[in-house]
Design a binder for this molecule. Structure first.
Ligand code: ATP
Ligand code: MG
Length: 201
């Protein structure tokens, strides 16, 4: 085995690869407020969004969070982030539609909630806005997609927005700069494990 030859081949392959990577990095030279959509049935949408909240706070940015579906009020992220300076935390939704069982009230709650979001989307001091589980009020028709898209478009040019939730509507996916669909390959819940602190809540 000629290891000198092998090492040389590796070196030239890595040089070619570095040239490609460097060119790609050099080509992405703009700054812009991004719209991220995290959807799909797999676990990791909200926790990814809150990971970005931590990142933004670490950079001294101010962050707005709106939660549209209030399944529980004992999540670790709420307990932690609400206490942090620079976080503007709003719970705008109630339970799921099969919990509230009142369409008129669901619509009113969602619309009131969106008015709060609109203020955040008009506030250039917020570097990041997370709209957690926004896909549900859209899916159930409590909020108009066109209104939501127009307000997102009108936000400050350097403000990032992260939207989470299953079943993101097509128009929202099209508007996204970064779109991630998480796939559910396996979930411990189906093997009978209930939601675990630090992992699921
Ligand atoms: P997480 O908040 O853990 O990132 P998520 O935001 O991707 O999850 P949601 O649809 O908002 O997922 O559901 C929130 C809760 O449901 C979490 O406890 C999560 O672990 C659990 N969950 C997520 N995906 C699944 C799944 N495919 N099957 C069962 N439970 C799930
Ligand atoms: Mg979620």
């Amino acid at each position: 085995m000629d290891t000198g030859d092998q090492a040389q081949r590796h070196r030239s392959r890595m040089q070619r690869k570095k040239a490609v990577v460097d060119a790609t990095i050099a080509a992405a030279d703009r700054d812009q407020g991004l719209l991220l959509v995290l959807t799909g049935n797999g676990k990791g949408k909200s926790s990814s969004a809150f990971g970005m909240v931590a990142r933004a706070l670490g950079h001294g940015m101010r962050v707005g969070v709106a939660q549209f579906i209030k399944g529980r009020n004992d999540t670790g992220e709420e307990g932690f982030f609400r206490k942090q300076p620079g976080v503007d935390w709003h719970v705008l939704g109630e339970g799921f539609t099969w919990e509230t069982q009142n369409l008129a009230r669901d619509i009113e709650t969602a619309q009131r909630g969106w008015a709060v979001v609109r203020e955040m989307l008009g506030d250039p001091s917020l570097g990041l806005v997370v709209l957690d589980e926004l896909t549900y009020p859209l899916k159930y028709g409590w909020l108009e997609l066109d209104t939501v898209l127009a307000d997102l478009k009108a936000r400050p040019s350097m403000q990032h927005v992260v939207i989470t939730g299953r079943g993101a509507p097509e128009g929202l996916c099209e508007a996204a700069d970064t779109l991630t669909a998480l796939r559910d390959s396996k979930h411990a819940y189906r093997a009978g494990v209930r939601a675990q602190k630090g992992i699921d809540l």
